[in-house]
Design a binder for this molecule. Sequence first.
Ligand code: 3PG
Length: 391
Amino acid sequence: KKTMNDVEVNGKRVFVRVDFNVPMENGEITDDTRIRAALPTISNLVEKDAKVILASHLGRPKGEVKEELRLTAVGKHLAELLGQPVTKLDESIGETVGKAIADMKNGDIVLLENVRFHAGEEKNDPELALSFAKLADLYVNDAFGAAHRAHATTAGIAEHIPAVSGLLMEKELDVLGKALSNPERPFTAIIGGAKVKDKIGVIENLLDKVDHLIIGGGLSYTFSKAQGHDIGKSLLEEDKIELAKSFIEKAQAKGVKMHMPIDVIVADAFSKDANTKEVDIDQIPSDWMGLDIGPKTTAEYAEVIKNSKLVIWNGPMGVFEMDTFANGTKGVAEAMAVTDAYTIIGGGDSAAAVEKFQVADKMNHISTGGGASLEFMEGKALPGVVALNDK
Ligand code: 3PG
């Protein structure tokens, strides 16, 4: 697979797919991490005198123009970050786009409108992919966060013009790839989040690779149930109990040390104002629910993290949006901040957690992909990457 450093870009029209799918509230960007993560690629192309055509999706407009999902605020913010004008267009294909690109000088930046305003984007419509390809001489995919999607601007376009990876894409693939193929040991994975169902593939794949597997969050109660504990009103996926049992057995057979909660914070309601108490895992009252790991568990997990050489974290330990149930996730985030291990945050909620607990700058790598990093950790091929490999 070629990267953008392997090709000549001077004076060329370069179509750069970025993932500017940032969280917005009332027209304001609430987290610009993904925009900042794309700056090295954009600046590099500008310095090399390319004509930089940026394309991204924002949200899920389902093929319709949605005013609140325009990329206008993103373009404005990007211009501020770069200290350079960004020409934001109100379309992503068509006459005005063609004209704006024809008018570009070397080093100029154009930002196309949300590509998902066209239904063909998510369908990977060949005609739309060709229209995008015709805008440029070269395609750079820097949208690691959208690499698990086979869409017109993430995959289809690569069939028509030379296609290479961007610097962010390279970095993400490099860090995650090395971690999974040649890990420093002890290698620990922390898997949390709400549902077993969403983490089956990643647990399966990681059981072949890690030395320690730490389980937390909503999904841990199905594991506790599988171990024979009464979990009261805690979240349970009845149809995943057998699977959880088989994971516990597999871990044992493979010599993977599995760590599951030994105590939990229980509440009498799913509310920040609920009554709460700390109980051992076999003491959950029948009409209470576990909403966070307890202090003994947190201390044990912190110790494992401390003694590791590599840690990958995906999914919170409890309902950390509510302060009452945030201590487990906070404890893990803080342990990640002080360990000597190489620390990787697998995007999404865990990235939000290290941000919230102000330890983001202490992590070695925070992936810009949520779904993409999860699929990568599942060992799946990402269509956006495969499209580049083909070239
Ligand atoms: C993400 O936020 O995970 C990516 O931008 C992909 O967005 P999507 O789930 O709407 O395809």
